[in-house]
Design a protein around this ligand. Structure first.
Ligand SMILES: Cc1cc2nc3c(=O)[nH]c(=O)nc-3n(C[C@H](O)[C@H](O)[C@H](O)COP(=O)(O)OP(=O)(O)OC[C@H]3O[C@@H](n4cnc5c(N)ncnc54)[C@H](O)[C@@H]3O)c2cc1C
Length: 481
């Protein structure tokens, strides 16, 4: 059995712990059953955002006449779009594999790893002649990520359905599509397919799409998505059925008391399940180790990200805490420091942002008003529309806003943005929250470029700071269109 200083299971975010170990002269192994780079590179963040960029282009053309420009989309080379995105991301995954193979101190095992003993793994290899190899790590990192969750909808095993894994690379755009799930994947893909002309219905269980966002944000997203899709909120898919190559979803009102209420039937060419994700832990045989998982299979760790078994660590989606690529990267750095330098660092998610790339974009950090109310915490919130800043007005971002939330003594507690470039705008708040003070003044006092879109944030935080001599822009009294 080959012995390594460190073995990483999963060649997504976690593979960087292996390369960091290699840079320190240690011997490392990475086990990966699919393309390198994990979900983000080939099945998640990057291909989905490449599709959404195409939707944004079509959407700009749809809105062109609002800005005095007569333009329209003539044709869409759908297969060309998906195949070029596919080739780009798979090339990147191949390059990542080559670079690991070129690293003298890292061995890449292609196949599925499963524990056979505390820190020993057997590899069900995808490479000829390598099956059944066993390796052991002084330390092991579980970085196996997550996969689409298929809910127990009546009849689901008898119908063809898509998940985000296959919906990104279709050869043809479906004419009609039912999406079950109103979370971030459902709203991103609903916007994409809807903007490209498909007849899309979204069924969401809560009374709003993206229900985990601040209430005002999810209200804007729900209303905006109605431009691209037919939105059925408050419904839960109860059963599915297929006939003549068409799938019918029966959804019933999701009553709080669990009783069945009204129902609707939606028929389409394709069904996309965007009903959440589950950890990829079932193939790992974790019961042969002391690694404990919760009732959904997510790996339990302490604050240093060490599992309940000595020398076995975990990071990324498999924790079920912050299911974002940037969170997995943050945890990767922390695990690298704790395993390689015995740094004893602990996780701190207070300034962990996230974004949803639907239309409009959403970005958020810290607590929502609802969460603060539930906690009984005192706070002050300011909601500033994009139109307060001249560029917000120029972009016609009518429904966009920044909501800034602070404690009475000026500590930033949260910021929630919905509107163009929200994911980029948010970062000055993330930097401020990550600083020693995390104060409203850290955003309100620095000079902001005029007329950059960040002036919306400036305006919101300036009002929250109650600045004595304010020069933040306010164009709310002007209309250009
Ligand atoms: C459609 C979609 C869009 C997304 N968009 C965004 C976004 O815009 N921004 C964002 O921050 N996040 C986004 N995400 C989430 C992001 O992709 C994940 O949070 C991130 O990839 C998690 O990284 P990870 O390393 O934990 O897991 P992964 O990237 O999934 O990597 C885990 C790897 O482990 C491998 N593996 C699993 N089990 C085994 C085994 N037993 N043996 C060997 N290998 C194994 C898998 O093949 C995989 O390559 C999106 C996800 C999806 C599905």
């Amino acid at each position: 059995m080959d012995e390594y200083d460190i073995v990483v299971i999963g060649g997504g975010s976690g593979s960087q712990v292996a390369t960091a170990a290699a840079r320190q002269g240690l011997e490392a192994a990475v086990i990966e059953r699919g393309p390198l780079g994990g979900a983000c590179v080939t099945r998640g963040c990057v291909p989905s955002k490449a599709l959404i960029h195409r939707a944004d282009i079509v959407d700009e053309l749809r809105r062109a006449d609002e800005f005095g420009i007569d333009a329209e989309t003539q044709a869409i080379d759908y297969a060309g779009i998906t195949s070029s995105i596919h080739d780009t991301v798979y090339e990147k995954a191949d390059r990542q594999a080559s670079s690991l193979r070129d690293n003298d101190n890292v061995v890449l095992y292609r196949g599925e790893g499963a524990f056979v003993d505390e820190r020993a793994l057997e590899i069900d290899s995808t490479e000829a002649g390598a099956d059944g190899e066993r390796i052991r790590g002084e330390s092991v990192v579980i970085a196996v990520g997550s996969q689409p969750l298929v809910p127990p909808i009546d009849g689901i095993e008898d119908v063809a359905f898509l998940t985000s894994d296959d919906a990104l690379y279709l050869d043809e755009r479906p004419d009609e599509l039912v999406i079950v799930g109103g979370g971030y994947i459902g709203t991103e893909l609903g916007y994409f397919f809807g903007a490209l002309g498909a007849d899309v219905s979204i069924v969401g269980r809560s009374d709003r799409l993206v229900p985990r966002e601040d209430d005002d944000v999810s209200a804007v997203v729900t209303e905006s998505l109605e431009t691209y899709c037919t939105v059925h909120t408050g419904y839960e898919a109860a059963s599915v059925d297929e006939a003549d190559d068409r799938v019918t979803v029966t959804a019933t009102v999701a009553d709080d008391d669990g009783s069945a209420g009204d129902s609707i039937e939606l028929t389409a060419d394709e069904l996309l399940l965007a009903t959440g994700r589950r950890p990829s832990t079932d193939a790992l045989d974790l019961e042969t180790t002391g690694v404990e998982v919760d009732e959904k299979g997510y790996v339990e760790t302490d604050e240093t990200l060490e599992t309940t078994a000595d020398g076995i660590w975990a990071l990324g989606d498999v924790l079920g805490v912050q299911p974002y690529k940037h969170a997995a990267d943050y945890e990767t750095k922390l695990v690298a420091a704790n395993v390689l330098d015995d740094a004893g660092e602990t996780v701190d998610y207070e300034a962990m942002p996230h974004a949803i790339f639907t239309s409009p974009q959403v970005a958020s950090v810290g607590q929502t008003e609802g969460e603060l109310e539930d906690d009984g915490r005192e706070y002050e919130a300011v909601k500033t529309p994009y139109e307060a800043a001249p560029l917000g007005l120029v972009f016609g971002a009518d429904d966009g806003f920044v909501k800034a939330i602070a404690s009475p003594d000026g500590e930033i507690l949260g910021c929630h943005i919905v509107g163009p470039q929200a994911s980029t705008l948010l970062h000055e708040v993330v930097v401020a929250m990550d600083s020693a003070e995390g104060a409203v003044d850290d955003v309100a006092e620095p000079v902001h470029v005029h007329p950059a879109l960040n002036e919306v944030l400036y305006s919101a935080f300036d009002e929250l700071a109650d600045a004595k001599y304010s020069t933040a822009p306010d164009w709310r009294d002007v209309t250009t269109r």
